[in-house]
Design a protein around this ligand. Structure first.
Ligand code: ADP
Ligand code: MG
Length: 400
């Protein structure tokens, strides 16, 4: 159970007929014609929206989308999202291209119980990312209670994720937020053991704090992705043309000195002269990377041993692809890990995927529903795993 109040803790009088201002994460990709190309994040917010509608709330949704430069830009409008949301909820969704104006307030007041309104991109307003208190106050006029369901934006102290909670109570977590915090929180504080973490991706630099935070908690940490190269370098191995972070080699050395027994590096690798020469891909032992080739994936032996480790674990946390999964055949390691995790889930293990690219890889492989939890927040899940407080969560009311 999380320490924050959630919408499930609200009594009927706190919700029925009230305007629920819900911060959602509708930061979805749109194509040229303004059509939502991936509605995962919209669907992830449905349990909260449905629950509020069922409780007779008047639902007012706010979100950011993309990175507009603190002013309205048509290509970042949430209008297409309202359309998609209406299809998914099978009820009309009113869209009002306003946020902190009297027009927006009037639109919220015109809502009837069970109706849904979506307002315009919070980042069209310069005060959003500055967590401007005047904006936070005017956002507070849009509701009678505040619900934060935007886990993916909870690591940012913005006006709609943090500031507004100071001015609008009750301030509670939505069901997606609750689910994210429950899964990630349980892995950190009370994992079923053995507990292993699999870390990959492009850079060691972005994940170093996660490695440091997880090492004392896990029974094993398996490394993949380009990150492995920096460790190889630290071990004195040839890394060829692989992506290495020279300024992190010392750090990799110190991690190996301190925690070599818990840290597993790929035994072999799939290499090629260049990414655009996939036909030349071949597997080598880790001490056999040719000087004129680069490592683009973990090798078949590593796949086998990581799959065995996954099958033996009770909690598996995965962040970061094992290779350049965007370019076959260098997706093999990533797909194999995803499959092994799906099997582990079926055998009773708790499997958690965090990280934008890893989540995309799991979805591409069609294995999304076969994980215990796929986090909707890349950056937020990383910061949570690093042990950092998330401002958007901190601002909510504690459970009584
Ligand atoms: P996530 O979003 O899951 O946290 P990252 O953003 O850290 O993952 O890293 C994903 C990127 O890492 C992918 O674009 C992938 O191509 C790249 N990558 C993985 N392995 C390698 C490698 N061996 N060489 C170069 N890039 C790699
Ligand atoms: Mg990424």
């Amino acid at each position: 159970m999380i320490s924050k109040r959630t919408i499930r803790d609200l009594g009927d009088p706190e919700v029925r007929g009230k305007r629920a201002l819900v911060r959602v994460d509708f930061n979805v990709p749109l194509d040229e014609s303004g059509t939502v190309t991936d509605d995962t994040r919209i669907r992830a917010a449905l349990p909260t929206i449905d629950a509020l509608v069922a409780k007779g709330a008047r639902v007012v949704l706010v979100s950011h989308l993309g990175r507009p430069k603190a002013k309205p830009e048509a290509k970042f409008s949430l209008a297409p999202v309202a359309k998609r949301l209406a299809e998914l909820t099978k009820q009309p969704v009113r869209f009002v291209p306003a946020l902190d104006s009297d027009e927006a307030v009037a639109a919220t007041q015109a809502l009837r119980a069970g109706e849904i309104l979506l307002l315009e991109n919070t980042r069209f307003n310069a005060g959003e990312e500055k967590n401007d208190d005047a904006l936070a106050k005017s956002l507070a006029r849009l509701g009678d209670l505040y619900v934060n369901d935007a886990f993916g934006a909870a690591h940012r102290a913005h006006a709609s994720t943090e500031g507004v909670a100071k001015h609008l109570k009750p301030a509670v977590a939505g069901l997606l937020m609750e689910r994210e915090l429950e899964y990630l929180g349980a892995a950190l504080s009370d994992p079923k053991r053995p507990f292993i973490a699999i870390l990959g991706g492009a850079k060691i630099s972005g994940k170093i704090d996660v490695i440091e935070a997880l090492l004392p908690k896990v029974d094993g940490l398996l490394v993949g992705g380009a990150m492995a190269n920096t460790f190889y370098k630290a071990m004195g191995l040839e890394t060829g043309k692989s992506l290495v972070e020279p300024d992190r080699v010392e750090l990799a050395k110190s991690l190996l000195d301190r925690a070599a027994y818990r840290l597993t590096l790929p035994h072999d690798a799939v290499v090629a002269p260049a990414l655009d020469q996939p036909a030349a891909a071949h597997a080598v032992k880790r001490d056999g990377i040719p000087p004129n080739e680069a490592m683009f994936d973990i090798g078949p032996e590593t796949v086998q041993s990581y799959a065995r480790a996954i099958a033996a674990a009770k909690t598996i946390l995965w962040n970061g692809p094992m290779g350049v999964f965007e370019t076959p055949p260098f997706d093999a390691g990533t797909t194999a890990v995803a499959r092994a995790m799906a099997e582990a889930t079926a055998n009773g293990a708790t499997t958690i995927v965090g990280g934008g690219d890893s989540a995309a890889a799991v979805t591409d492989a069609g294995l999304e529903t076969r994980m215990s939890h796929v986090s909707t927040g890349g950056g937020a899940s990383l910061e949570f795993l690093e042990g950092k407080p998330l401002p958007g969560v901190e601002a909510l009311e504690d459970r009584r």
